[in-house]
Design a protein around this ligand. Structure first.
Ligand SMILES: C[S@@+](CC[C@H](N)C(=O)[O-])C[C@H]1O[C@@H](n2cnc3c(N)ncnc32)[C@H](O)[C@@H]1O
Length: 289
């Protein structure tokens, strides 16, 4: 507990020690960010900022944030906001915290969307709008529909579309993958749940304990969502349209086989910043039956 009257600099040291003892990497930076969230002041600023004292409300907030972080709740979830592709996304309990890995899918998708041309994009499992809204920001002529089975995640997506000034080009619908959808999309993107069910509990505590299971659990082999998506997507794709999906480590051969059985051929594989194959782009090899 951080007592009221503690200076910002001393509070930062106390917090950093507590986070480090809980095994949190880069505890000094996280302590600074949590204190900034609790007080609106930055202990790293030069000058006298570090000597100002926490009032009672600030000390209570800082202590509560520290307790949550020690319980391995990620900073983005405590802040209620995560950054992706240079944008801030409001998050609620039903939203996956955006991951930098997903930049590989954005990169692959942007190659399929020529600048200055209209395009219709469908994002399956849109969550807080991470992929769809990043793409609409980059392509002002594009429009999009985001689908998610979670009404709560869609609330965050709608709010983010408004905040980012994209609400007039982004629609959202509650549903399971492509069930009941009509339309003709140039590009379908998805970062579906892809962790094999039995592996979910062994993920880092920040993920296993705090990300929604619905956003992680891909069934027995992690591939259930890809089967459903590729089986259903044909009728809503324009002729010549593409499907771009994020994948988990080592899933490229299996996802390619699933897509191929549904009439799609692999056109491109993109890797994330760690060099891990992370995004696959498919094109329909033959018209849907
Ligand atoms: C891995 S998260 C991706 C969220 C966001 N698109 C991103 O890339 O950060 C998967 C999303 O799929 C949604 N989802 C899970 N099952 C679904 C289903 N059957 N139909 C539609 N969405 C589903 C989850 O609610 C979650 O928002």
């Amino acid at each position: 507990v951080i007592p009221a009257g503690t200076t910002l600099a001393a509070a930062r040291r106390l917090l950093a020690d507590r986070l480090a003892a809980a095994g949190i990497d880069d505890a000094g930076t996280e302590a600074r960010l949590l204190l900034k969230l609790a007080t609106g002041r930055d202990a790293a600023l030069a000058g006298s900022a570090g000597e100002t004292c926490l009032d009672a409300a600030e000390a209570t907030r800082a202590s509560a944030f520290a307790t949550r972080r020690v319980a391995r709740e990620p900073f983005a979830r405590i802040a209620g906001c995560g950054a992706f592709h240079g944008l801030d996304f409001a998050l609620n309990a039903a939203c996956l915290v955006p991951r930098d890995d997903t930049e590989a899918l954005i990169d692959a998708a942007l190659r399929l969307l020529p600048a200055g041309q209209p395009a219709a994009i469908l994002d399956l499992g849109v969550g807080p709008g991470t992929i769809l809204l990043a793409l609409l920001t980059e392509r002002p002529e594009a429009r999009g529909l985001g689908v998610d089975v979670s009404a709560e995640a869609l609330e965050a997506a709608r709010r983010n579309a408004l905040t980012l000034g994209l609400a007039d080009r982004a629609d959202f619908a509650e549903g399971r993958w492509t069930d009941g959808l009509t339309g003709a999309f140039d590009l379908v993107v998805s970062n579906p749940p892809y962790i094999p069910a039995r592996d979910c509990d062994a993920l880092a505590p920040e993920v296993a304990l705090h990300d929604p299971r619905l956003a992680l659990d891909g069934g027995d082999d992690g591939l259930d969502a890809y089967r459903a998506i590729f089986e259903g997507v044909g009728p809503v794709l324009k002729p010549g349209g593409h499907v771009a999906v994020e994948i988990g480590i080592g899933q490229a051969p299996d996802v390619t086989a699933i897509a191929s059985a549904c009439g799609f051929r692999l056109e491109r594989l993109s890797s994330d910043l760690a060099g891990i194959p992370r995004a696959l782009v498919f094109r329909r090899a033959r018209p849907a039956a």
